[in-house]
Design a protein around this ligand. Structure first.
Ligand SMILES: [Zn+2]
Length: 87
């Protein structure tokens, strides 16, 4: 996907993946963008040392796009249902 195409497809409220530093793909919502960099609210549900889930969210700004899932980048979810998105 070209850089131009990514930008044209972006809008606030899009659901994307943010790659955490432990390589997990976390759910994020686009709350702003410029070029292909997005500002995200990212939702977390990490297990603590007792195995209990800790829920939270974090903000990341100007996150760069990468089709390769590098830590600290965003991409479209692999299971995105394109066929139902515009209906
Ligand atoms: Zn992903």
């Amino acid at each position: 996907m070209s850089s131009q195409a990514i930008q044209e497809d972006l809008t606030e409220t899009d659901l994307v993946h943010y790659v955490a530093y432990n390589q997990r793909h976390l759910a994020g919502i686009v709350i702003g963008y410029e070029e292909n960099r997005v500002d995200l609210v990212i939702f977390t549900n990490m297990h603590n040392v007792n195995g209990v889930k800790n829920f939270g969210h974090q903000f990341q700004q100007e996150v760069p796009y990468s089709v390769v899932p590098l830590a600290g980048t965003w991409h479209w979810p692999e299971k995105r249902r394109d066929e139902t998105r515009d209906t």
